[in-house]
Design a protein around this ligand. Structure first.
Ligand SMILES: [Zn+2]
Length: 311
């Protein structure tokens, strides 16, 4: 018997491509580092389960690509979280990426307020989220340590708030572009990150003017089209070469991104066991069952009240 599959094949693997620029072919010293993240099937699978209105889906898709890009700029073993809280129609935006590349996302929004939001204008973020803040959190799984950076939610796009964070935390000059779109084939999202690298006196190439090289890289980066960033038929390495080859591009090994949630039967069970009988009775449905839905992957777990009380 022959088994055939009609499952759509992913043309370009969803993932993060780390790269660096040395400015000239003669130099081996990285002066600018970059990350390029793209999500195709995982973005579609995650957002199809949520079935958010398109404007909310677009913010979610952008935030996943951005979180993936930023997570790949840090060395950690655990979870990187991007969380935005606003006072507009979209109140919460939450994306996290593990060091293994597992991505998930959810948003909380006011449906009535969202319906009142004016249709497409260039300033996506203030229009949908109003004022608020964005937080970046790293939870190290090996040491249980947590690092958090917080920045005001300003600028027209999510990437702008992230840039402000880098600026405020006195890191090197940083530029971020994120894009997302719902197409006939599903959701696609992408983010491109560039950052200057501090080069000390004993380890510099005097043939390269660092400021000049940075401004050239920014100019090349700004020439990228949304359609290119989101084109599943354009391999990520081809796009990076198209953009940065003149600045001696070095592409490193890419890391896959997958749709994967960290919720589990055990976690839900422990959570229910930690509640008082009164709290549990408040949560039961008409059949005396406790139904817990994961807000990230929408998976539903059902326990009977009797089982939880007796166990
Ligand atoms: Zn889940």
């Amino acid at each position: 018997m022959t088994v055939t599959t009609d499952a759509p094949q992913e043309i370009v693997r969803s993932g993060i491509v780390p790269f660096y620029l040395t400015g000239t072919e003669a130099s081996t010293i990285p002066i600018i580092r970059g990350r390029f993240a793209r999500l195709f099937t995982p973005a579609s699978d995650i957002l199809n389960r949520h079935d958010y209105p398109d404007a909310v889906g677009e913010l979610c898709a952008e935030s996943m690509a951005l979180a993936a890009c930023l997570s790949a700029t840090l060395k950690f073993d655990g979870v990187f979280t991007l969380q935005a809280k606003g006072d507009g129609a979209v109140r919460t935006l939450f994306s996290d990426v593990t060091s293994e590349g597992h991505v998930r996302c959810y948003a909380a929004f006011d449906e009535a307020a969202l319906a009142d939001v004016a249709p497409a204008e260039p300033s996506v973020l203030p229009r949908l989220m109003g004022g608020g803040y964005m937080a970046f959190t790293i939870d190290q799984s090996d040491t249980d340590q947590r690092y958090q950076g917080i920045v005001e939610l300003d600028g027209p796009h999510l990437g702008d708030a992230a840039e402000t964070w880098f600026r405020n935390s006195e890191q090197m000059a940083t530029k971020l572009i994120a894009a997302a779109q719902k197409t006939d084939a599903g959701w696609v999202s992408s983010a491109l990150f560039l950052q200057q690298i501090a080069v000390d006196g004993g380890n510099r190439n005097d043939d390269v003017d660092l400021e000049d090289a940075w401004h050239t890289a920014l100019m090349l980066m700004s020439s990228v089209k949304r359609t290119e960033m989101l084109d599943p038929d354009l391999p990520d390495t081809d796009l990076l070469f198209r953009l940065f080859n003149a600045q001696a591009l070095h592409i490193q090994e890419s890391r896959p991104l997958t749709d994967s949630c960290r919720c589990s039967d055990d976690k839900v069970y422990s959570m229910l066991k930690s509640l008082s009988e009164e709290q549990l009775r408040d949560l039961v449905d008409e059949t005396q069952n406790l139904s817990v839905e994961c807000e990230f992957c929408k998976r539903k777990r059902i326990h009977s009240l009797g089982d939880i009380l007796q166990a």
